[in-house]
Structures are given as C-alpha cells and as structure tokens.
Design a protein around this ligand. Structure first.
Ligand code: URA
Length: 270
C-alpha cells in the first residue's frame, strides 16, 4: 500500500471513531441483503497441537530481541542527531507504521530542564514536534510563568517523549512499547545532559521511575538515570482538571528554585 493510501485510510478510520464507531466487525463490508440462505457451518475445532502452533507467541509483547536491538541501536549513537537517525531506522515498533513523523524533540539541546512527555498526538504527528497541540500550549504557558521557554536561549527547556510515534487514537502507550523504546529515552537523556528531568504524566513515570500514581508521586524530587526528577501531572490532565493547576504551580516553583540553586537559571543571581 502506498503511504498516502495508508494515511488516507487512517484519516477515514479516525473520522469514523470521531463519529462514534467503536468496533471493526469485519475486514470487508457485508451486504446484509445478500446473506446466504443456509448458515455457514462453524469450522471444526483445530486439534490442540495445531492450534497452539498457529497461535502467535505472546501477542503485543516485544521479543527480547526488539529490546536488545533498541539497546544496541541506542548505544551506537554518540550524538543527538545520530540517535535521531537510529530511531528513524528502528523497525521493531509497530507504531512507526501508523505514524506520519518521528517526533524526536524540540527546544534547546543541553538545556538545564528536560521535559519528558508520553507520546505524540495528532498535531505532534503532523508537525514532527512534541507538545504542539492544546496540552503543549499549556506546557509553554506553565514554563513561561517561571521564565523558561523552548525557544529561549537564556533559560531554555528541551522536550521529548517516551514514545516517538503516535499511538493510534491517542491510546495509552502499552508497557511493551514503553519497554522497547526505553533504551532510546535513556540514551537521549545521557546525550542531552539535563540538570533536571520533568516527567509529565503516568506513562512517563512508568517509563523512567517504574512507578505509577502520578497524583501521589508529583511534587517530590526523585532520581532516574542519575538525574534529579520532578514528576508532574500531565498538562492534558491539567486541562481537564483545572483544580490541579495549583499543585502544578508549586512543582514549577520547585523546578525553578532547583535550577537557580544550581546556577543554571538566569534568575539565579549567581
Ligand atoms: N502529550 C504528550 O505527552 N506529548 C506530546 O508531544 C503531546 C501531547
């Protein structure tokens, strides 16, 4: 299938989901006026041995090879550009086939603050940049409130996601997808060398801290990949739950103070 056909088909599917379709019943359309006179006999059950041989081995689970391949590819990258190229060539993650673009990063590489989101949505997939939709606009306003921005050369931030490809219908990343792409994320952090990581949302916390329950984890410094981590509620959650913005503000002040202490923020006075 041509890739334009693929994206056309995906757009049609998206549209049907937006109209409320929840199930794909068959691969091909059924003409309900042309049903056979006699009901088809159910296929005879396969012998147990044949059935188990035909069953896919643990569907949805990355083979150890996929994780090992990701580790090898990530380790081979000595620069951020090389890492982007390795990810571009990585063929083990099925999400890549449904995505328009690899969403690698945005902002200033080497910035003291590295924000780790979950996965691209529709806008990010189209643009090939993380956090450009509604949640991203809120993210920009949040960091602007502490004098930081992705375009700011004085107090910049650097932004990436756990997954570089959009999951279909913006579903949550699966644990298998997170495990497969984690080696790239760890290498990304090692190459970007941030002073602090800001982990946005449950799936990012799962990827980097191996913990869930972001409303409990948020606001308390922890550590991952040898870097201090501030877990925060995801901006998409804050859009749905404005009452949580107050706590997000205290988290932002914590980040600002930590960077100032470190001497890497313009308001540090050092
Ligand atoms: N949500 C994310 O976690 N990342 C993006 O890039 C966009 C929305």
């Amino acid at each position: 299938m041509e890739s334009t056909d693929f994206h056309h088909a995906l757009a049609l599917l998206d549209w049907q989901v937006e109209l409320g379709a929840t199930e794909a019943i068959c691969d091909a359309p059924v003409n309900c006026y042309d049903l056979p006179q006699t009901a088809a006999k159910p296929a005879a059950a396969k012998p147990a041995a044949e059935a188990s041989a035909a069953a896919p081995a643990q569907p949805g689970k990355p083979s150890v090879d996929a994780v090992a391949a990701a580790q090898k590819a990530a380790a081979a990258a000595d620069t951020l550009e090389a890492l982007r190229a390795e990810m571009q060539q990585f063929e083990h993650c099925a999400l890549k086939r449904g995505a328009r673009n690899l969403v690698f990063s945005d902002g200033v590489a080497g910035a003291p603050v590295m924000i780790v989101g979950e996965a691209p949505g529709r806008d990010e997939d189209r643009e090939g940049r993380p956090f450009v939709g509604a949640a991203g606009q809120l993210l920009d306003r949040m960091f602007a409130a502490i004098g930081m921005a992705r375009t700011d050369t004085v107090a910049p931030v650097y932004i990436t996601n756990v997954l570089p490809w959009r999951p279909p219908q913006n579903r949550d990343p699966s644990p298998e997808e997170i495990a497969m792409m984690r080696p790239f994320l760890l290498r990304h952090i090692a190459l970007a060398q941030p002073k602090v990581l800001v982990v946005m949302g449950n799936n990012s916390a799962h990827a980097l801290l191996e913990k869930r329950g972001i409303t409990r984890l948020r606001g308390t410094w922890t550590e991952a990949a040898g870097v201090p981590v501030m877990p925060m509620c995801h901006p998409a959650y804050l859009l749905r739950t404005p009452s949580a913005k107050r706590e997000a503000w205290t988290d932002l002040l914590e980040i600002s103070a930590r960077i100032a202490d470190d001497g890497s923020h313009r308001n540090s006075g050092k």
